[in-house]
Write a protein that binds this ligand. Sequence first.
Ligand code: GTP
Ligand code: MG
Length: 598
Amino acid sequence: METNIYGNIQGLKSSQIKKLQQLYEQRQPSYSLTTPEFASTLAAISAEIHQPVCCYINRRGQLIRVGVGTPIQTQIPPQELPRHSTERLSGIRCIATQFKSEPPDEAALITMVRQRLDALVVLTLVGGEGGRRGKQTNGDIKEAFLAHIVPNPEKPWEISPPLSLDDLTEQDDDLVDEWEREISSSASGMPFQDTVSDSDKVLLVGLKTDDISQQRFEDGLQELARLVETVGGSVLETVQQKRSRPHPQTVVGEGKVEEISLLAYKLGANLIVFDRDITPSQARNLENEIGIRVVDRTEVILDIFAQRAQSQAGKLQVELAQMEYMLPRLRGQGREMSRLGGGIGTRGPGETKLETERRTIQQRISQLQQEVNQLQAHRARIRQQRQQQEIPAIALVGYTNAGKSTLLNVLTNAEVYTADQLFATLDPTTRKLVITDPETKERRTIVLTDTVGFIHELPPPLVDAFRATLEEVTEATALLHVVDLSHPAWESHIASVEEVLAEMPGVETRNLSQRVAGVPPVVASGVASLHIAFNKVDQVDSETLALAQQKYPEAVFISATQRLGLDTLRQRLLQLIDEPIASRDAKIEPALHPGFPP
Ligand SMILES: Nc1nc2c(ncn2[C@@H]2O[C@H](COP(=O)(O)OP(=O)(O)OP(=O)(O)O)[C@@H](O)[C@H]2O)c(=O)[nH]1
Ligand SMILES: [Mg+2]
Protein backbone atom coordinates (compact mmCIF):
# COMPACT_ATOMS: atom_id res chain seq x y z
CA MET A 1 0.00 0.00 0.00
CA GLU A 2 1.17 3.48 -0.87
CA THR A 3 2.09 5.56 2.17
CA ASN A 4 4.09 8.31 0.56
CA ILE A 5 2.82 11.82 1.18
CA TYR A 6 3.61 14.13 -1.72
CA GLY A 7 4.03 17.88 -1.82
CA ASN A 8 5.04 20.20 0.96
CA ILE A 9 5.34 18.12 4.12
CA GLN A 10 8.04 20.19 5.79
CA GLY A 11 7.22 21.17 9.32
CA LEU A 12 4.43 18.65 9.75
CA LYS A 13 4.28 16.68 12.98
CA SER A 14 4.60 12.92 12.71
CA SER A 15 1.05 12.55 14.06
CA GLN A 16 -0.16 14.75 11.21
CA ILE A 17 1.77 12.73 8.65
CA LYS A 18 0.19 9.65 10.11
CA LYS A 19 -3.27 11.13 9.68
CA LEU A 20 -2.49 11.92 6.06
CA GLN A 21 -1.21 8.39 5.55
CA GLN A 22 -4.40 7.00 7.00
CA LEU A 23 -6.27 8.62 4.13
CA TYR A 24 -4.78 5.95 1.87
CA GLU A 25 -6.72 3.33 3.78
CA GLN A 26 -10.03 4.96 3.03
CA ARG A 27 -11.67 3.25 0.17
CA GLN A 28 -13.95 5.48 -1.83
CA PRO A 29 -17.03 4.14 -3.48
CA SER A 30 -16.46 3.83 -7.22
CA TYR A 31 -19.98 5.05 -7.92
CA SER A 32 -19.71 8.57 -6.57
CA LEU A 33 -17.09 11.27 -6.62
CA THR A 34 -16.68 11.30 -2.88
CA THR A 35 -18.57 10.70 0.35
CA PRO A 36 -19.49 13.28 3.03
CA GLU A 37 -17.35 11.32 5.53
CA PHE A 38 -14.27 11.40 3.37
CA ALA A 39 -14.75 15.07 2.53
CA SER A 40 -15.01 15.91 6.24
CA THR A 41 -11.93 13.87 7.17
CA LEU A 42 -10.00 15.60 4.43
CA ALA A 43 -11.22 19.03 5.52
CA ALA A 44 -10.32 18.32 9.14
CA ILE A 45 -6.75 17.31 8.47
CA SER A 46 -6.33 20.19 6.04
CA ALA A 47 -7.55 22.63 8.71
CA GLU A 48 -5.24 21.09 11.27
CA ILE A 49 -2.12 21.50 9.17
CA HIS A 50 -3.26 24.87 7.76
CA GLN A 51 -2.52 23.67 4.28
CA PRO A 52 -4.54 22.56 1.30
CA VAL A 53 -4.55 18.81 0.72
CA CYS A 54 -5.19 16.95 -2.53
CA CYS A 55 -6.28 13.35 -2.87
CA TYR A 56 -6.12 11.52 -6.18
CA ILE A 57 -8.55 8.65 -6.56
CA ASN A 58 -8.85 6.09 -9.35
CA ARG A 59 -12.05 4.60 -10.69
CA ARG A 60 -11.82 1.64 -8.39
CA GLY A 61 -12.13 4.10 -5.55
CA GLN A 62 -8.52 3.67 -4.44
CA LEU A 63 -6.49 6.59 -3.23
CA ILE A 64 -3.39 6.63 -5.36
CA ARG A 65 -1.83 9.86 -4.18
CA VAL A 66 -2.12 12.14 -1.16
CA GLY A 67 -0.35 15.44 -1.45
CA VAL A 68 0.02 18.54 0.70
CA GLY A 69 -0.46 21.72 -1.34
CA THR A 70 -2.53 22.93 -4.27
CA PRO A 71 -3.39 20.75 -7.28
CA ILE A 72 -0.45 22.25 -9.13
CA GLN A 73 1.94 21.46 -6.27
CA THR A 74 0.76 17.89 -5.93
CA GLN A 75 0.11 16.91 -9.52
CA ILE A 76 0.95 13.51 -10.90
CA PRO A 77 3.97 13.58 -13.22
CA PRO A 78 3.01 12.79 -16.83
CA GLN A 79 4.98 9.57 -17.02
CA GLU A 80 2.95 8.22 -14.10
CA LEU A 81 -0.36 8.94 -15.76
CA PRO A 82 -2.19 6.41 -17.90
CA ARG A 83 -1.28 6.72 -21.53
CA HIS A 84 -2.21 9.67 -23.66
CA SER A 85 -5.18 9.22 -25.83
CA THR A 86 -7.29 11.64 -27.74
CA GLU A 87 -10.38 10.04 -26.33
CA ARG A 88 -9.94 8.99 -22.76
CA LEU A 89 -9.66 10.67 -19.44
CA SER A 90 -7.00 9.42 -17.09
CA GLY A 91 -9.43 7.63 -14.79
CA ILE A 92 -8.25 9.71 -11.85
CA ARG A 93 -10.11 12.40 -9.97
CA CYS A 94 -8.69 14.92 -7.56
CA ILE A 95 -10.38 16.06 -4.37
CA ALA A 96 -8.70 19.22 -3.11
CA THR A 97 -9.25 21.59 -0.21
CA GLN A 98 -8.89 25.33 -0.50
CA PHE A 99 -9.10 28.18 1.98
CA LYS A 100 -10.64 30.71 -0.35
CA SER A 101 -14.34 30.66 -1.03
CA GLU A 102 -13.84 30.80 -4.78
CA PRO A 103 -13.99 28.47 -7.73
CA PRO A 104 -10.71 26.69 -8.54
CA ASP A 105 -8.19 29.02 -10.15
CA GLU A 106 -6.78 28.72 -13.62
CA ALA A 107 -3.59 27.01 -12.48
CA ALA A 108 -5.60 24.24 -10.88
CA LEU A 109 -7.82 23.91 -13.94
CA ILE A 110 -4.92 23.73 -16.35
CA THR A 111 -3.31 21.09 -14.17
CA MET A 112 -6.55 19.17 -14.31
CA VAL A 113 -6.54 19.29 -18.11
CA ARG A 114 -2.86 18.36 -18.32
CA GLN A 115 -3.47 15.27 -16.24
CA ARG A 116 -6.74 14.52 -18.05
CA LEU A 117 -8.40 14.14 -14.67
CA ASP A 118 -11.90 12.70 -14.59
CA ALA A 119 -12.87 15.60 -12.35
CA LEU A 120 -11.51 18.17 -9.94
CA VAL A 121 -13.49 18.63 -6.75
CA VAL A 122 -12.57 21.66 -4.68
CA LEU A 123 -13.84 21.87 -1.10
CA THR A 124 -13.69 25.38 0.36
CA LEU A 125 -13.30 25.60 4.10
CA VAL A 126 -15.39 27.83 6.37
CA GLY A 127 -13.76 30.89 7.79
CA GLY A 128 -10.74 30.50 5.64
CA GLU A 129 -11.45 33.52 3.57
CA GLY A 130 -9.08 36.41 3.95
CA GLY A 131 -7.28 34.66 6.76
CA ARG A 132 -3.73 33.53 6.71
CA ARG A 133 -3.67 30.02 5.31
CA GLY A 134 -6.83 28.95 7.00
CA LYS A 135 -5.74 30.10 10.43
CA GLN A 136 -9.26 30.58 11.61
CA THR A 137 -10.86 27.63 9.93
CA ASN A 138 -12.48 24.95 11.98
CA GLY A 139 -12.52 22.46 9.14
CA ASP A 140 -16.16 22.81 8.19
CA ILE A 141 -16.87 22.70 4.50
CA LYS A 142 -18.54 25.80 3.17
CA GLU A 143 -19.19 24.72 -0.39
CA ALA A 144 -17.79 22.59 -3.17
CA PHE A 145 -16.96 23.23 -6.81
CA LEU A 146 -16.91 20.48 -9.38
CA ALA A 147 -14.78 21.06 -12.46
CA HIS A 148 -14.28 18.81 -15.47
CA ILE A 149 -12.69 18.83 -18.91
CA VAL A 150 -14.70 19.76 -21.98
CA PRO A 151 -13.59 19.44 -25.59
CA ASN A 152 -13.30 23.15 -26.16
CA PRO A 153 -9.78 24.21 -27.17
CA GLU A 154 -10.39 27.81 -26.05
CA LYS A 155 -11.56 27.05 -22.56
CA PRO A 156 -11.25 23.34 -21.92
CA TRP A 157 -13.12 23.17 -18.61
CA GLU A 158 -16.44 23.70 -17.00
CA ILE A 159 -17.01 24.60 -13.37
CA SER A 160 -20.20 23.98 -11.44
CA PRO A 161 -21.86 26.69 -9.36
CA PRO A 162 -21.15 26.40 -5.62
CA LEU A 163 -22.59 23.11 -4.41
CA SER A 164 -23.49 21.95 -0.94
CA LEU A 165 -21.74 18.80 0.24
CA ASP A 166 -24.99 16.91 -0.24
CA ASP A 167 -25.35 18.17 -3.80
CA LEU A 168 -21.81 17.10 -4.50
CA THR A 169 -22.06 13.59 -3.13
CA GLU A 170 -25.36 12.99 -4.85
CA GLN A 171 -23.94 13.65 -8.29
CA ASP A 172 -24.90 11.00 -10.77
CA ASP A 173 -22.31 8.27 -10.88
CA ASP A 174 -22.01 8.00 -14.64
CA LEU A 175 -21.28 11.67 -14.98
CA VAL A 176 -17.64 10.94 -15.78
CA ASP A 177 -18.58 8.44 -18.48
CA GLU A 178 -20.73 11.05 -20.04
CA TRP A 179 -17.96 13.64 -19.99
CA GLU A 180 -15.59 11.14 -21.49
CA ARG A 181 -17.99 10.35 -24.30
CA GLU A 182 -18.45 14.03 -24.96
CA ILE A 183 -14.70 14.39 -25.44
CA SER A 184 -14.24 11.25 -27.52
CA SER A 185 -17.01 12.13 -29.92
CA SER A 186 -15.95 15.71 -30.43
CA ALA A 187 -13.84 16.54 -33.43
CA SER A 188 -11.17 18.32 -31.40
CA GLY A 189 -10.74 15.46 -28.92
CA MET A 190 -8.86 15.89 -25.68
CA PRO A 191 -7.45 19.37 -25.25
CA PHE A 192 -3.72 19.95 -24.67
CA GLN A 193 -2.66 16.65 -26.15
CA ASP A 194 0.99 15.99 -26.61
CA THR A 195 1.92 13.52 -29.31
CA VAL A 196 2.03 9.93 -28.16
CA SER A 197 5.77 9.67 -28.05
CA ASP A 198 6.38 9.79 -24.34
CA SER A 199 7.45 6.52 -22.94
CA ASP A 200 4.53 4.49 -21.70
CA LYS A 201 5.29 1.73 -19.28
CA VAL A 202 3.43 -1.24 -20.55
CA LEU A 203 2.40 -4.61 -19.24
CA LEU A 204 1.58 -7.03 -22.03
CA VAL A 205 -1.04 -9.68 -21.51
CA GLY A 206 -1.14 -12.72 -23.75
CA LEU A 207 -3.96 -15.21 -23.77
CA LYS A 208 -3.17 -18.57 -25.33
CA THR A 209 -6.46 -20.10 -26.42
CA ASP A 210 -7.00 -23.51 -27.99
CA ASP A 211 -7.35 -22.14 -31.49
CA ILE A 212 -3.78 -20.90 -31.82
CA SER A 213 -0.53 -22.82 -31.76
CA GLN A 214 2.09 -22.17 -29.11
CA GLN A 215 4.46 -20.85 -31.77
CA ARG A 216 1.90 -18.44 -33.20
CA PHE A 217 1.09 -17.28 -29.70
CA GLU A 218 4.72 -16.54 -28.85
CA ASP A 219 5.41 -14.87 -32.20
CA GLY A 220 2.29 -12.77 -31.67
CA LEU A 221 3.48 -11.58 -28.28
CA GLN A 222 6.88 -10.67 -29.60
CA GLU A 223 5.35 -8.76 -32.43
CA LEU A 224 3.00 -6.98 -30.06
CA ALA A 225 5.99 -5.87 -28.01
CA ARG A 226 7.50 -4.38 -31.16
CA LEU A 227 4.25 -2.67 -32.01
CA VAL A 228 4.14 -1.14 -28.55
CA GLU A 229 7.73 0.03 -28.87
CA THR A 230 6.90 1.51 -32.23
CA VAL A 231 4.37 3.84 -30.60
CA GLY A 232 6.93 4.86 -28.01
CA GLY A 233 5.97 2.54 -25.19
CA SER A 234 8.37 0.32 -23.29
CA VAL A 235 7.33 -3.16 -22.32
CA LEU A 236 8.07 -3.90 -18.67
CA GLU A 237 6.83 -7.44 -18.55
CA THR A 238 4.54 -9.95 -20.19
CA VAL A 239 1.86 -11.89 -18.38
CA GLN A 240 0.47 -15.02 -19.99
CA GLN A 241 -2.49 -17.26 -19.42
CA LYS A 242 -3.77 -20.43 -21.04
CA ARG A 243 -7.53 -20.82 -21.32
CA SER A 244 -9.66 -22.74 -23.75
CA ARG A 245 -11.36 -19.45 -24.64
CA PRO A 246 -11.44 -15.87 -23.37
CA HIS A 247 -13.31 -15.09 -20.17
CA PRO A 248 -16.47 -13.29 -21.31
CA GLN A 249 -16.16 -10.47 -18.77
CA THR A 250 -12.47 -10.02 -18.22
CA VAL A 251 -10.69 -11.93 -21.05
CA VAL A 252 -8.41 -13.63 -18.51
CA GLY A 253 -9.54 -15.35 -15.32
CA GLU A 254 -10.24 -13.64 -12.03
CA GLY A 255 -6.99 -14.65 -10.38
CA LYS A 256 -5.05 -13.44 -13.38
CA VAL A 257 -6.71 -10.04 -13.24
CA GLU A 258 -5.54 -9.72 -9.66
CA GLU A 259 -2.03 -10.80 -10.60
CA ILE A 260 -1.93 -8.26 -13.42
CA SER A 261 -3.17 -5.57 -11.10
CA LEU A 262 -0.53 -6.28 -8.46
CA LEU A 263 2.27 -6.57 -10.97
CA ALA A 264 1.23 -3.36 -12.72
CA TYR A 265 1.45 -1.42 -9.47
CA LYS A 266 4.66 -3.11 -8.42
CA LEU A 267 6.36 -2.31 -11.70
CA GLY A 268 4.73 1.10 -12.11
CA ALA A 269 3.03 0.21 -15.38
CA ASN A 270 0.58 2.76 -16.74
CA LEU A 271 -0.89 0.80 -19.61
CA ILE A 272 -2.07 -2.76 -20.13
CA VAL A 273 -2.03 -4.10 -23.69
CA PHE A 274 -3.85 -7.29 -24.63
CA ASP A 275 -2.61 -9.44 -27.49
CA ARG A 276 -6.10 -9.79 -28.95
CA ASP A 277 -9.14 -7.69 -29.56
CA ILE A 278 -11.22 -7.13 -26.49
CA THR A 279 -14.77 -5.85 -26.27
CA PRO A 280 -15.54 -2.42 -24.83
CA SER A 281 -17.21 -3.95 -21.81
CA GLN A 282 -14.25 -6.22 -21.19
CA ALA A 283 -11.98 -3.19 -21.36
CA ARG A 284 -14.20 -1.35 -18.91
CA ASN A 285 -14.40 -4.27 -16.49
CA LEU A 286 -10.64 -4.65 -16.57
CA GLU A 287 -10.02 -0.95 -16.14
CA ASN A 288 -12.35 -0.86 -13.18
CA GLU A 289 -10.56 -3.73 -11.53
CA ILE A 290 -7.00 -2.83 -12.38
CA GLY A 291 -7.36 0.94 -12.34
CA ILE A 292 -5.08 1.32 -15.36
CA ARG A 293 -5.96 1.96 -18.96
CA VAL A 294 -6.44 -1.19 -20.98
CA VAL A 295 -6.13 -1.33 -24.77
CA ASP A 296 -6.04 -4.03 -27.38
CA ARG A 297 -3.78 -4.81 -30.32
CA THR A 298 -5.94 -3.03 -32.85
CA GLU A 299 -5.75 0.21 -30.88
CA VAL A 300 -1.97 -0.02 -30.86
CA ILE A 301 -1.89 -0.55 -34.62
CA LEU A 302 -4.30 2.32 -35.18
CA ASP A 303 -2.04 4.48 -33.03
CA ILE A 304 0.97 3.64 -35.14
CA PHE A 305 -0.92 4.47 -38.28
CA ALA A 306 -2.05 7.76 -36.76
CA GLN A 307 1.53 8.62 -35.87
CA ARG A 308 2.84 7.68 -39.28
CA ALA A 309 0.21 9.32 -41.44
CA GLN A 310 1.95 12.17 -43.26
CA SER A 311 0.06 12.78 -46.44
CA GLN A 312 -3.44 14.10 -46.53
CA ALA A 313 -4.61 10.82 -48.00
CA GLY A 314 -2.92 8.92 -45.21
CA LYS A 315 -4.49 11.06 -42.53
CA LEU A 316 -7.87 10.76 -44.13
CA GLN A 317 -7.72 6.99 -44.21
CA VAL A 318 -6.44 6.76 -40.65
CA GLU A 319 -9.27 8.92 -39.36
CA LEU A 320 -11.77 6.76 -41.18
CA ALA A 321 -10.25 3.63 -39.65
CA GLN A 322 -10.38 5.16 -36.18
CA MET A 323 -13.99 6.16 -36.57
CA GLU A 324 -14.94 2.77 -37.90
CA TYR A 325 -13.22 1.18 -34.96
CA MET A 326 -15.09 3.43 -32.55
CA LEU A 327 -18.59 3.13 -33.96
CA PRO A 328 -19.36 -0.50 -33.10
CA ARG A 329 -17.91 0.13 -29.69
CA LEU A 330 -20.41 2.89 -29.05
CA ARG A 331 -23.13 0.71 -30.43
CA GLY A 332 -22.05 -2.07 -28.12
CA GLN A 333 -22.52 0.16 -25.13
CA GLY A 334 -25.92 1.17 -26.39
CA ARG A 335 -27.01 -2.42 -26.65
CA GLU A 336 -25.95 -3.13 -23.15
CA MET A 337 -27.87 -0.19 -21.84
CA SER A 338 -31.02 -1.25 -23.63
CA ARG A 339 -30.62 -4.76 -22.33
CA LEU A 340 -30.44 -3.49 -18.80
CA GLY A 341 -33.46 -1.28 -19.10
CA GLY A 342 -35.44 -2.29 -22.11
CA GLY A 343 -38.82 -1.00 -23.09
CA ILE A 344 -40.71 2.23 -22.89
CA GLY A 345 -39.74 4.70 -20.24
CA THR A 346 -36.38 3.13 -19.54
CA ARG A 347 -34.52 4.93 -22.25
CA GLY A 348 -32.87 7.64 -20.25
CA PRO A 349 -30.97 10.60 -21.56
CA GLY A 350 -27.86 8.41 -21.72
CA GLU A 351 -29.32 6.40 -24.54
CA THR A 352 -30.53 9.45 -26.41
CA LYS A 353 -27.16 11.04 -26.12
CA LEU A 354 -25.52 7.88 -27.36
CA GLU A 355 -27.80 7.92 -30.35
CA THR A 356 -26.78 11.48 -31.10
CA GLU A 357 -23.14 10.55 -30.83
CA ARG A 358 -23.59 7.58 -33.06
CA ARG A 359 -25.22 9.76 -35.63
CA THR A 360 -22.42 12.33 -35.45
CA ILE A 361 -19.81 9.64 -35.94
CA GLN A 362 -21.80 8.01 -38.68
CA GLN A 363 -22.07 11.31 -40.49
CA ARG A 364 -18.35 11.84 -40.18
CA ILE A 365 -17.75 8.31 -41.46
CA SER A 366 -19.88 8.82 -44.55
CA GLN A 367 -18.12 12.10 -45.21
CA LEU A 368 -14.74 10.39 -44.90
CA GLN A 369 -15.96 7.46 -46.99
CA GLN A 370 -16.83 9.89 -49.71
CA GLU A 371 -13.42 11.49 -49.58
CA VAL A 372 -11.79 8.06 -49.73
CA ASN A 373 -13.97 7.25 -52.74
CA GLN A 374 -12.68 10.38 -54.44
CA LEU A 375 -9.14 9.39 -53.63
CA GLN A 376 -9.84 5.94 -55.00
CA ALA A 377 -11.24 7.42 -58.21
CA HIS A 378 -8.26 9.73 -58.54
CA ARG A 379 -5.79 6.88 -58.18
CA ALA A 380 -7.83 4.79 -60.61
CA ARG A 381 -7.55 7.54 -63.23
CA ILE A 382 -3.79 7.59 -62.88
CA ARG A 383 -3.65 3.83 -63.26
CA GLN A 384 -5.88 4.03 -66.28
CA GLN A 385 -3.53 6.46 -67.97
CA ARG A 386 -0.75 4.02 -67.33
CA GLN A 387 -2.76 1.16 -68.73
CA GLN A 388 -3.48 3.18 -71.85
CA GLN A 389 0.23 3.55 -72.30
CA GLU A 390 0.37 -0.19 -71.68
CA ILE A 391 2.89 0.04 -68.93
CA PRO A 392 2.66 -3.06 -66.78
CA ALA A 393 2.49 -2.51 -63.02
CA ILE A 394 4.00 -4.64 -60.35
CA ALA A 395 3.09 -4.08 -56.74
CA LEU A 396 5.43 -4.92 -53.91
CA VAL A 397 3.48 -6.56 -51.14
CA GLY A 398 4.62 -8.15 -47.95
CA TYR A 399 4.69 -8.15 -44.23
CA THR A 400 5.59 -4.88 -42.55
CA ASN A 401 9.36 -4.36 -42.29
CA ALA A 402 10.11 -6.95 -45.01
CA GLY A 403 12.15 -4.41 -46.98
CA LYS A 404 9.69 -3.39 -49.69
CA SER A 405 10.59 0.29 -49.63
CA THR A 406 14.29 -0.47 -49.49
CA LEU A 407 13.88 -2.64 -52.56
CA LEU A 408 11.94 0.02 -54.43
CA ASN A 409 14.66 2.50 -53.57
CA VAL A 410 17.55 0.36 -54.80
CA LEU A 411 15.74 -0.64 -57.97
CA THR A 412 14.47 2.77 -58.95
CA ASN A 413 16.53 5.30 -57.02
CA ALA A 414 13.39 6.39 -55.25
CA GLU A 415 13.66 8.05 -51.88
CA VAL A 416 10.98 6.34 -49.90
CA TYR A 417 11.43 6.45 -46.16
CA THR A 418 12.70 3.13 -44.85
CA ALA A 419 13.35 2.20 -41.28
CA ASP A 420 13.64 -0.74 -38.99
CA GLN A 421 10.20 -0.10 -37.61
CA LEU A 422 6.74 -1.42 -38.25
CA PHE A 423 4.55 0.40 -40.76
CA ALA A 424 7.20 2.80 -41.96
CA THR A 425 5.22 3.23 -45.17
CA LEU A 426 1.57 4.20 -45.40
CA ASP A 427 1.37 5.88 -48.77
CA PRO A 428 1.95 4.07 -52.02
CA THR A 429 4.87 5.23 -54.10
CA THR A 430 5.08 4.35 -57.77
CA ARG A 431 8.30 4.55 -59.79
CA LYS A 432 9.28 3.60 -63.30
CA LEU A 433 11.77 0.86 -63.76
CA VAL A 434 13.52 0.16 -67.05
CA ILE A 435 14.84 -3.36 -67.54
CA THR A 436 16.81 -4.63 -70.51
CA ASP A 437 15.65 -7.99 -71.78
CA PRO A 438 18.78 -10.18 -71.82
CA GLU A 439 17.69 -12.03 -74.96
CA THR A 440 16.17 -9.36 -77.15
CA LYS A 441 18.16 -6.52 -75.61
CA GLU A 442 14.89 -4.66 -75.68
CA ARG A 443 14.43 -1.99 -73.00
CA ARG A 444 11.19 -2.61 -71.17
CA THR A 445 9.48 -0.19 -68.82
CA ILE A 446 7.39 -1.29 -65.87
CA VAL A 447 6.07 0.62 -62.90
CA LEU A 448 6.77 -0.61 -59.44
CA THR A 449 4.52 0.35 -56.55
CA ASP A 450 5.50 0.15 -52.90
CA THR A 451 2.61 0.10 -50.45
CA VAL A 452 1.61 -0.27 -46.86
CA GLY A 453 2.87 -3.42 -45.18
CA PHE A 454 0.62 -6.16 -43.92
CA ILE A 455 0.46 -7.73 -40.53
CA HIS A 456 -1.07 -10.79 -39.04
CA GLU A 457 -4.78 -10.11 -38.60
CA LEU A 458 -4.72 -6.65 -40.09
CA PRO A 459 -7.60 -4.88 -38.34
CA PRO A 460 -10.64 -4.81 -40.66
CA PRO A 461 -11.27 -1.06 -40.22
CA LEU A 462 -7.79 -0.47 -41.60
CA VAL A 463 -8.34 -2.76 -44.55
CA ASP A 464 -11.49 -0.87 -45.42
CA ALA A 465 -10.07 2.58 -44.83
CA PHE A 466 -6.95 1.84 -46.86
CA ARG A 467 -8.83 0.45 -49.81
CA ALA A 468 -7.64 3.24 -52.08
CA THR A 469 -4.09 2.29 -51.19
CA LEU A 470 -4.65 -1.43 -51.32
CA GLU A 471 -6.28 -1.11 -54.71
CA GLU A 472 -2.83 -0.38 -56.07
CA VAL A 473 -2.20 -3.97 -55.11
CA THR A 474 -5.35 -5.57 -56.43
CA GLU A 475 -5.12 -3.69 -59.71
CA ALA A 476 -1.49 -4.53 -60.40
CA THR A 477 -0.48 -6.71 -63.31
CA ALA A 478 1.52 -8.84 -60.94
CA LEU A 479 2.57 -8.95 -57.34
CA LEU A 480 5.99 -9.44 -55.91
CA HIS A 481 5.75 -10.75 -52.39
CA VAL A 482 8.76 -9.54 -50.43
CA VAL A 483 9.54 -11.76 -47.45
CA ASP A 484 12.04 -11.04 -44.69
CA LEU A 485 13.74 -14.42 -44.56
CA SER A 486 15.83 -13.36 -41.58
CA HIS A 487 12.70 -13.13 -39.44
CA PRO A 488 12.14 -16.30 -37.42
CA ALA A 489 8.43 -16.22 -38.21
CA TRP A 490 8.89 -15.79 -41.97
CA GLU A 491 6.61 -18.70 -42.79
CA SER A 492 3.70 -17.38 -40.79
CA HIS A 493 4.34 -13.97 -42.34
CA ILE A 494 3.83 -15.51 -45.77
CA ALA A 495 0.62 -17.09 -44.56
CA SER A 496 -0.66 -13.83 -43.03
CA VAL A 497 0.04 -11.81 -46.16
CA GLU A 498 -1.83 -14.33 -48.25
CA GLU A 499 -4.69 -14.22 -45.79
CA VAL A 500 -4.95 -10.47 -46.07
CA LEU A 501 -4.78 -10.64 -49.86
CA ALA A 502 -7.45 -13.30 -49.98
CA GLU A 503 -9.73 -11.19 -47.82
CA MET A 504 -9.37 -8.10 -49.90
CA PRO A 505 -12.64 -7.00 -51.52
CA GLY A 506 -12.80 -7.84 -55.19
CA VAL A 507 -10.20 -10.52 -54.84
CA GLU A 508 -11.21 -14.08 -55.44
CA THR A 509 -10.83 -16.09 -52.31
CA ARG A 510 -9.94 -19.46 -53.65
CA ASN A 511 -6.99 -19.50 -51.38
CA LEU A 512 -9.13 -18.74 -48.37
CA SER A 513 -11.78 -21.35 -49.08
CA GLN A 514 -9.07 -23.92 -49.46
CA ARG A 515 -7.81 -23.00 -46.07
CA VAL A 516 -11.27 -23.28 -44.59
CA ALA A 517 -11.47 -26.73 -46.12
CA GLY A 518 -8.48 -27.62 -44.00
CA VAL A 519 -5.62 -26.95 -46.37
CA PRO A 520 -3.02 -24.77 -44.71
CA PRO A 521 -2.44 -21.60 -46.74
CA VAL A 522 1.26 -22.23 -47.10
CA VAL A 523 0.57 -25.46 -48.95
CA ALA A 524 -2.23 -23.92 -50.95
CA SER A 525 0.13 -21.25 -52.13
CA GLY A 526 2.88 -23.60 -53.18
CA VAL A 527 2.63 -22.33 -56.73
CA ALA A 528 2.80 -18.73 -55.59
CA SER A 529 6.49 -19.23 -54.95
CA LEU A 530 7.20 -17.76 -58.35
CA HIS A 531 6.44 -14.35 -56.99
CA ILE A 532 8.20 -14.54 -53.73
CA ALA A 533 11.38 -12.59 -53.22
CA PHE A 534 13.16 -13.66 -50.09
CA ASN A 535 14.92 -10.58 -48.79
CA LYS A 536 17.66 -9.96 -46.21
CA VAL A 537 19.55 -13.09 -47.23
CA ASP A 538 22.68 -11.39 -45.90
CA GLN A 539 21.28 -12.14 -42.43
CA VAL A 540 20.15 -15.70 -43.05
CA ASP A 541 21.89 -18.95 -42.07
CA SER A 542 22.38 -21.69 -44.64
CA GLU A 543 19.79 -24.03 -43.10
CA THR A 544 17.02 -21.48 -43.45
CA LEU A 545 18.13 -20.75 -46.99
CA ALA A 546 18.01 -24.44 -47.85
CA LEU A 547 14.59 -24.81 -46.28
CA ALA A 548 13.17 -21.83 -48.14
CA GLN A 549 14.70 -23.02 -51.38
CA GLN A 550 13.19 -26.44 -50.92
CA LYS A 551 9.74 -25.11 -50.06
CA TYR A 552 9.73 -22.36 -52.67
CA PRO A 553 11.94 -23.57 -55.48
CA GLU A 554 10.92 -20.69 -57.77
CA ALA A 555 11.58 -17.89 -55.36
CA VAL A 556 14.35 -15.38 -55.84
CA PHE A 557 16.78 -14.66 -53.06
CA ILE A 558 17.92 -11.12 -52.60
CA SER A 559 19.39 -8.61 -50.25
CA ALA A 560 18.10 -5.15 -50.96
CA THR A 561 20.64 -3.41 -48.77
CA GLN A 562 23.59 -5.48 -50.03
CA ARG A 563 22.27 -5.39 -53.59
CA LEU A 564 22.47 -9.14 -53.95
CA GLY A 565 20.40 -11.07 -56.50
CA LEU A 566 18.96 -7.94 -58.08
CA ASP A 567 19.78 -8.94 -61.65
CA THR A 568 17.95 -12.23 -61.26
CA LEU A 569 15.08 -10.34 -59.71
CA ARG A 570 14.88 -7.91 -62.64
CA GLN A 571 14.67 -10.79 -65.09
CA ARG A 572 12.03 -12.39 -62.93
CA LEU A 573 10.00 -9.20 -63.00
CA LEU A 574 10.03 -9.33 -66.80
CA GLN A 575 8.78 -12.91 -66.72
CA LEU A 576 6.02 -11.89 -64.35
CA ILE A 577 4.57 -9.26 -66.65
CA ASP A 578 4.79 -11.53 -69.65
CA GLU A 579 2.73 -14.21 -67.99
CA PRO A 580 -0.74 -14.44 -69.48
CA ILE A 581 -3.45 -12.88 -67.41
CA ALA A 582 -6.45 -15.17 -67.11
CA SER A 583 -9.08 -12.48 -66.67
CA ARG A 584 -9.31 -8.84 -65.63
CA ASP A 585 -11.61 -9.79 -62.75
CA ALA A 586 -9.26 -12.10 -60.97
CA LYS A 587 -6.01 -10.29 -61.34
CA ILE A 588 -4.59 -11.43 -58.08
CA GLU A 589 -5.22 -15.07 -58.66
CA PRO A 590 -3.13 -15.49 -61.78
CA ALA A 591 -0.51 -13.31 -60.22
CA LEU A 592 -0.38 -15.31 -57.03
CA HIS A 593 -1.07 -18.71 -58.51
CA PRO A 594 0.04 -18.79 -62.10
CA GLY A 595 -0.25 -22.52 -62.30
CA PHE A 596 -3.45 -22.83 -60.37
CA PRO A 597 -6.07 -24.96 -62.14
CA PRO A 598 -9.17 -22.89 -62.90
N1 GTP B 1 20.00 -6.86 -43.32
C1 GTP B 1 19.15 -6.38 -44.22
N2 GTP B 1 18.28 -5.44 -43.85
C2 GTP B 1 17.41 -4.99 -44.78
C3 GTP B 1 17.41 -5.47 -46.11
N3 GTP B 1 16.43 -4.85 -46.78
C4 GTP B 1 15.85 -4.00 -45.92
N4 GTP B 1 16.44 -4.08 -44.70
C5 GTP B 1 16.11 -3.30 -43.50
O1 GTP B 1 14.82 -3.67 -43.04
C6 GTP B 1 14.19 -2.55 -42.44
C7 GTP B 1 12.82 -2.35 -43.05
O2 GTP B 1 12.93 -1.93 -44.37
P1 GTP B 1 11.78 -1.15 -45.13
O3 GTP B 1 12.21 -1.04 -46.55
O4 GTP B 1 11.42 0.09 -44.41
O5 GTP B 1 10.61 -2.21 -44.98
P2 GTP B 1 9.11 -2.13 -45.56
O6 GTP B 1 8.78 -3.49 -46.05
O7 GTP B 1 8.99 -1.01 -46.50
O8 GTP B 1 8.33 -1.89 -44.21
P3 GTP B 1 6.91 -1.12 -44.00
O9 GTP B 1 6.93 0.12 -44.78
O10 GTP B 1 6.90 -0.92 -42.54
O11 GTP B 1 5.86 -2.08 -44.42
C8 GTP B 1 15.10 -1.36 -42.66
O12 GTP B 1 15.82 -1.16 -41.47
C9 GTP B 1 16.01 -1.82 -43.78
O13 GTP B 1 17.28 -1.21 -43.72
C10 GTP B 1 18.37 -6.47 -46.46
O14 GTP B 1 18.46 -6.95 -47.55
N5 GTP B 1 19.21 -6.87 -45.47
MG1 MG C 1 7.94 0.63 -46.42
